[in-house]
Ligand binder design. Sequence first.
Ligand code: CP
Ligand code: NVA
Length: 311
Amino acid sequence: MSSTIFRHFLDLADIPAEELREILDEAHRCKKAREGLPKGAVDADASLSGHILAMLFEKSSTRTRFSFEVGMAQLGGSSITTSADDMQLGRGESIEDTAKVLSRFVDAIMLRANDHSALVALAQNATVPVINGLTDYNHPCQIMADLMTLEEQGRDLKGLRLCWVGDGNNVAMSFINAASKFGYKLAVSTPDGYGPSGQMVERARAEGAHIDLIQDPLKACANADVVIADTWVSMGDKDIDKRMADLGDWQVNEALMNVAANDALFLHCLPAHRGEEVSAAIIDGSSSVVFDEAENRLHAQKAILKWCLGK
Ligand code: CP
Ligand code: NVA
């Protein structure tokens, strides 16, 4: 077993603000250092040379899968990607045994899990770092890329007014988890029954987060610097027709962006559904930075991998 010191990346709420700041600074450095290089070229310092990342997916993925695989290649390491169903995990082998076995083969494990408790069990039993690639509860890698994107656009996160519109889902939760760490103000606008966990909102507020729960999206987005949407139907959600009906008034469109600040930016983690949570005019318009946001998954995660492995 490895005796190397390591850190898990599971929940932004549990990571000190100064460490998250260091990860973002490193992400910006990583991106700048690669300007002009082919995407497959190894970074000059090859900081994860000889390291292997295992990636386990219980749900679909485009960005998370590609950004981690490319990231490991750029860091000089390699990765093994599999659907959990193709492993014995899919036939009932325990997550605890899986954690112990994979820890003998690889240097880090990324899991995209249906149930957050599976991620926690994996981390508790692994002897290598575990990274959260999205669960039903949160999506911390995404928010690091989102915040990096805002900084790249010249925005100072401290005091920045962010407005989340739609389902109070896993991505919204990571914005809540990180609010006190970076000092932005977060308004969350959801229909009745779609709000984020009150307990987590209270925890964030107790740690200094400025979070407003404002049902009316027009009021919530008034003067916002950043407007954020995500799908109305997350992976694993069953009640599709009900969600479409209940969330219909929470679309980010021109009327909504018009009440935000003149230079407001639009974020969406993707995949997007034009005509549902966001109009085509907004996601494909000048305020949208969604493809920079997607690219920054790569740079942010390289910094997360280095932090996890103490590099
Ligand atoms: N935003 C995001 O996590 O995308 P994927 O589901 O494609 O990984
Ligand atoms: N909330 C979405 C995010 C996808 C990246 C989901 O969980 O499906």
